[in-house]
Design a protein around this ligand. Structure first.
Ligand code: UD1
Ligand code: PEP
Length: 510
């Protein structure tokens, strides 16, 4: 095994161990080895047999070696083809997961229309099913019907499915109205480095929730009936933390004021849905939300979330990297304005249709047609900000676009500990990407020659898609291995790109 590979496996093992709340000594005891040997493994300084990897996997409840039927999916890409035609943007992953959690507030039937049929949604459906919530896809549609039971059975929770998503943390808000004691597995998801949980716990304390983090689980206890006596000031303007507070406030009888709230797209969708449940919400689209809760919610409700601005940006990047003119329909323009303004400074040209309204009745949409042409690097670094800034999940696509642009572009990801690092994978397909530190990459464009390559998909959704899109530009056959993370957030991406003229085939090992 190469040293680089060993270091990555070491990082994975360290993250999984911390995730389980274990020390190096705890893990060493389980493996019958010493703490110093575990330290060496985590630093990538120890050759590992498959047998040892499997034992570590067992000890950490995490699959590092996979055998048998559930083989990982890979993509084979015949690159160098131009795209053409029209494609619709699907509804967003991030609203879908918030709405699935919100359905727990409602004793009646919730129907979520045109939900993205993605692995992230599948994991949450598995978790909901395990605790007694009935869900079913209405025949021939992507509409999901959700009916909670009279009493949730948290003891039966599907731990494996729960650990594969971060969303499980958003069960805290709804559950504190249902149970005075419960346990939830630690949140998982893409490997983006440590992500904060504390802001959620601090904010939810206002509703009587106390959480103790034990070995791999949050132990929650609730002082029933408690509510915020003063405005809740969020310590971070995070999306899911805002959503968690909204979910708690929705059934708190009284008024909750949340300041420094995120006004991002998924939060707005959640607010519109909660309004349909009868919850009063003022200030949608701003950073102060005033919620008037309803103690018992029992309504039959239908809701369709808005289109995904990150998928729209992904498709736009696909057009740029392949020099193609395509029409991306149903683009949620109000959540892509800064991105488009930035692209304009780089010389990007496009046409927009008149605006129309999404099925949620609020979000403004357009059809966007890309016009291929030369691009230049922006004068300043590109960096994300909470909405209405440039979306952090769109930042990786700017790395790809920068690799098409003449000049040097600095991308600064101050948000995630690991994500910018994965952008260096673009060098494997010919881009010139230099990692300056864990948060900053420098890209030298235009890429002289995209070249086909075999790459293991980075363990993070957006960087994974960025590598895939770069492969569309590289003449010849590329392979992207183990693309679960992409399927976590995109529905049938390969098939939909193929409808635009790409040639992407899915396959598994025998
Ligand atoms: C399901 C869902 O909706 N996921 C989105 C949500 O995750 P989510 O809301 O879970 O994001 P996190 O809370 O993990 O925030 C991401 C990182 O940003 C940091 N941070 C965030 C806000 C802030 O004001 N200051 C700050 O430092 C956090 O400490 C964390 O390290 O928001 C992220 C950031 O927009 C997006 O990438 C995710 O796609
Ligand atoms: C980081 C992301 O999402 P999540 O919060 O689900 O990990 C993402 O959508 O890129």
């Amino acid at each position: 095994m190469s040293e680089d590979y060993l270091a990555r496996i070491g990082n994975l093992i360290r993250d999984a161990r911390r995730h389980q709340g274990m020390t190096q000594t705890d893990l060493a005891e389980q493996l019958g080895t010493s703490q110093s040997a575990v330290a060496r493994i985590e630093q990538g300084g120890q050759n590992l047999s498959l047998e040892m990897l499997a034992r570590i996997g067992d000890a950490l409840n995490s699959e590092f070696v996979s055998l048998g039927h559930s083989q990982p999916q890979h993509l084979r890409v015949e690159g160098g083809r131009k795209l053409s035609g029209e494609i619709d943007v699907k509804t967003s992953k991030n609203a879908a997961v918030a709405l699935l959690c919100a359905a727990l507030l409602n004793k009646g039937r919730t129907t979520l229309r045109s939900l993205a049929r993605i692995e992230e949604v599948n994991r949450i459906i598995e978790v909901l099913g395990s605790i007694g919530v009935k869900t079913r896809w209405l025949p021939g549609t992507s509409d999901l019907e959700i009916i909670p039971p009279a009493t949730l059975d948290l003891d039966a929770i599907d731990i494996e499915a729960a650990r594969r998503t971060r969303t499980v943390i958003m069960f805290l808000g709804p559950l504190l109205h249902e149970l005075d004691h419960f346990q939830l597995p630690y949140a998982g998801g893409c490997d983006l480095g440590t992500r904060t949980v504390e802001p959620h716990l601090i904010a939810l304390r206002h509703f009587g929730l106390n959480v103790l983090a034990t070995q791999g689980f949050y132990e929650a206890s609730v002082r029933v009936g408690e509510g915020p006596g003063k405005p809740i000031i969020l310590t971070e303007r995070g999306d899911t933390v805002t959503e968690n507070v909204l979910l708690a406030a929705a059934r708190h009888p009284g008024v909750t004021v949340v300041r420094n709230a995120s006004s991002n797209y998924m939060v707005q969708d959640l607010c519109f849905f909660l309004q349909r449940l009868g919850v009063g919400i003022e200030g949608i689209g701003t950073t102060t939300l005033t919620v008037t809760g309803v103690e018992h919610i029992d309504v039959d409700v239908d809701y369709q979330p808005s289109e995904d601005p990150i998928e729209a940006m992904s498709l736009l990047a696909a057009a740029v990297v392949t020099d193609s003119a395509i029409t991306i329909r149903r683009v949620p323009i109000e959540f892509l304005e800064i991105e488009l303004a930035t692209l304009e400074t780089m010389g990007m040209q496009y046409d927009l249709s008149p605006e129309y309204v999404s099925a949620n009745g609020h979000t403004r949409l357009v059809d966007l047609t890309t016009i291929p042409g030369p691009l230049k690097a922006p004068a300043d670094k590109i960096h994300p900000m909470p909405f209405p800034g440039l979306n952090i999940d769109n930042l990786p696509f700017f790395a790809l676009i920068a690799a098409k642009a003449e000049g040097t572009t600095m991308i600064h990801d101050w948000v995630y500990e690991n994500r910018a690092i994965y952008l260096t994978e673009l060098t494997k397909v010919g881009a010139r990407v230099q990692l300056l530190d864990p948060h900053r990459v420098m890209i030298e464009g235009p890429t002289p020659k995209w070249r086909a390559a075999e790459v293991v998909c980075p363990p993070a959704l957006r960087p994974g898609v960025v590598v895939l899109l770069a492969m569309l530009a590289a003449p010849g056959t590329s392979v992207l291995r183990n693309v679960y993370v992409i399927n976590r957030g995109y529905e049938d991406l390969a098939e939909r790109l193929n409808k635009l003229g790409a040639r992407v085939e899915t396959f598994r090992d025998i």
